[in-house]
Design a protein around this ligand. Sequence first.
Ligand SMILES: [Zn+2]
Length: 314
Amino acid sequence: MKSTVVGSFPVEVKEASTAKNKLLNALGAYDPFKESIKDSVIAQLDAGVDIISDGQVRGDMVSIFTRYIPGMKIEDGNTVIVSKIRNPTQEISIKDLQYAKKIMKDYYDGNIPEGHGVKGIITGPNTIVHSSRIAGFYKNKEDAIIDLAHSLKSEVDAIASKVEPVYIQIDEPFLSTGMVDMKVASQAIDILRENLEIPLAMHVCGTLDGVFKDLAKFNVDILDMEFAGNNVNINVLEDNANLILNKKIGFGCVDSSVNTVDNIDDVDDLVVRAINIVGKENLLLDPDCGLRRSPKDVAFEKLRLMNEVKDKYS
Ligand SMILES: [Zn+2]
């Protein structure tokens, strides 16, 4: 049983303090987020997380992608689709992931343990289009979703070849809302997956009773969902365990929606239930969702506690 995170970590943007950074700052070349990435990576590793993210520190999950995608523009913080969606103008997350991996390698004195590493995270085309406004070119969201899937595929392939992550995760929180055409959603995931030689995960937030049967059919290796801050989903998993025999479960076992540290006995009980349903070889423990909104010490403690439970059963 391994552990991971969904992605985001509390950001503390630091002013340039070292001589080198002050000089870079004076030249307009200081990247304040680099220190945030480093902090988030070290915190995840200190807490015992096996498969880490870069902390997704640069901004909200939609605009960090859409600002590089022709056909989309950002107005007052919201993405508007204005013309045909094409491939990103540059690689989006590669440098940050490579930096996170380098910090991880240094942390382990040059040898990242087997099965540990970084993962690439892409906000899914369904979620991006459903949280954007169509102002031109497309008559329906579905065509925009398929074009965006082709656009994001270049980032997926760049991550796979240049970062060599443990796996790639597609974030599709909107899939539980009932607003998404599940057939198109599944087609979009197939496009992202084409010829990919590493596992693909999909993270979906929210209550699953209306969508689990559909999600179980998606062509992904890992389905990642919330179980701590939601008392319906564990029963849905139990009732439908036969549908996901070919998949691993990313098991949200600490509640990312509250800013208090979870009760370890509750987390333990939940994980034991999950082990009984899918087997520990098919479980990846993580928080319900990103931890961006938690205070840093609370986020750390949630991850540490989760790994204490993992260690007990590994
Ligand atoms: Zn989520």
